[in-house]
Design a protein around this ligand. Structure first.
Ligand code: FUB
Length: 459
């Protein structure tokens, strides 16, 4: 890419930042979103495409959460391939579910036992971990079709696990969620059920309505079972089928997210209801440098049609509206953000997750920061720098908006040697604003790492 083309691309990314909420994570490429509501938060479990990948070379899974659907907190990578002694490659799609106070995270990965793909499960006491392999071996192993698990607990308490490319497999789970009740079954893939019969039954000269590919998402609504999935081959769109029971017979219902220029030839969806709204998660290739192997998760709000069918959902840059506010008086993690440019996150056992790879001109945008009636007196940030540090310029409403202060960050003697820095607020602010933390310093080197920030009120 020429320098001019890259500069133009970056400029449009910064311009989009004025309004965009999609992709919802900008610090890493994230894939295959699986939403889960727990408590007053929406969690999203994702895969992670490596930078500059030329295949789905994926090593870890990640977790994000939000209480307002616009500011997302990065909880890092609680599990990776090394969490499963039997896995050695392809940390592909996954889904987590809560039962009896424990969190079960179903994943797929390449198995070194069978040299094929396998489905595994990790368990934790909290939605963000610490997760560990629940059984030390796969739940189902030995088939290249064993990818993309989706888990679902029916109203009668029966848990079901589904997965598969290019056909759907399923099994009942025992109440413990970590063992199977019976043999793995293959779903009957009929033309009526999925728009085309199973791959080997298809006739060359027949143009089918649609076809199941991968990425199933199982859910139930008003006594009806819904199976959503990536469809149509490469490139993929999202379609769905419904059934009166969890195993069929299925009726093909049509497309949900048709083919659009998302810059990703795969798509993968997940649905969750949160605070009275319906959300559709999916992925695109729309971060700078992204594409088919550099994907990013996104979300849209939607309404079901009156008859319970899905509407057509288009991908947008705008994403969803905020459904909450953020208090500036709390300690806010730097990795809780609505938009950012140029940054990554890192983590260690002591600090947890923090914002890293900060260079001059990078920034964080935090939405819906509610100062109420009282203007703050000081701004405090925790940062660390093995070099000379830099500055955090604190602005509201836009990148060039009203400046509240400029905070000097000094060298602290190490990238994880944290110190707090405070500065006086130099102009008045009240009410709800988007907050911009803009990073300045020497052009070129990394400036500092950033762990958290807060404002303090006037006495
Ligand atoms: O992310 C790797 C693979 O790409 C997933 O398992 C598929 O669903 C597709 O999104």
């Amino acid at each position: 890419m020429t320098g001019k083309k890259f500069a133009t691309m970056l400029l449009s990314f910064v311009t989009i930042a004025a309004t965009a909420q999609n992709p919802i994570v900008q610090t890493w490429y994230t894939t295959d979103p699986a939403p889960m509501v727990y408590g007053d938060k929406m969690y999203v479990y994702t895969g992670h495409d490596e930078d500059k990948a030329d295949f789905f070379w994926m090593n870890e899974w990640r977790v994000y959460s939000s209480s307002d659907m616009v500011n997302w907190t990065d909880h890092g990578s609680p599990i990776d391939l090394s969490s499963f002694t039997w896995a050695d490659d392809r940390a592909w799609a996954s889904q987590c579910i809560q039962r009896d106070g424990k969190f079960y995270w179903y994943i797929c990965a390449h198995s070194k036992i069978t040299n094929a793909m396998a489905i595994g499960v990790a368990v934790a006491d909290s939605p963000t971990g610490t997760f560990r392999d629940a059984i030390g071996r796969p739940l189902a192993d030995g088939n290249w079709a064993y990818i993309d698990p989706t888990v679902f607990i029916d109203d009668d308490g029966q848990a079901w696990l589904y997965w598969g490319n290019p056909e759907v497999y399923y099994v009942k789970l025992n109440r413990d969620m970590i063992s199977c009740n019976g043999e793995v079954q293959k779903m009957e893939m009929t033309e009526e059920g999925f728009g085309a019969p199973a791959t080997k039954m298809r006739q060359k000269d027949v143009k089918y309505k649609d076809s199941y590919v991968e990425g199933p998402w199982m859910m139930k609504r008003n006594k009806q079972y819904y199976l959503l999935y990536a469809a149509g081959g490469v490139p993929e769109h999202i379609s769905y089928s419904t059934a009166p029971t969890p195993t069929g017979p299925w009726t093909y219902r049509g497309k949900i997210m048709p083919l659009e220029d998302t810059k990703s030839f795969t798509n993968h969806c997940g649905i969750a209801d949160f605070k009275g709204k319906h959300y559709f998660f999916y992925h695109t290739g729309k971060l700078p440098g992204g594409g088919g192997f550099g994907r990013s998760i996104a979300v849209e709000e939607f309404q079901y049609n009156a008859d319970g069918t899905f509407p057509i959902i288009h991908h947008t840059d705008q994403g969803v509206n905020p459904i909450g506010t953020l208090s500036p008086w709390n300690r806010n993690e730097a990795e809780t953000l609505a938009w950012s440019k140029g940054l990554n996150t890192d983590e260690n056992d002591k600090t947890g997750v923090y914002v890293s790879n900060i260079h001059r001109g990078d920034f964080i945008k935090v939405r819906e920061v509610d100062f109420g009636k009282k203007s703050p007196r000081t701004f405090t940030a925790s940062a660390a720098s093995a070099l000379q540090g830099g500055q955090i310029e604190v602005r509201i409403d836009s990148l060039g908006g009203q400046k509240l202060t400029t905070l000097d960050i000094l060298g602290t003697g190490g990238w994880e040697e944290w110190r707090t820095f405070s500065g006086n607020i130099t102009s008045e602010v009240s009410g709800k604003h988007d907050l911009y933390l803009v990073f300045h310093g020497l052009k070129g080197p990394r400036l500092f790492n950033f762990d958290w920030w807060k404002f303090e009120k006037q006495k």
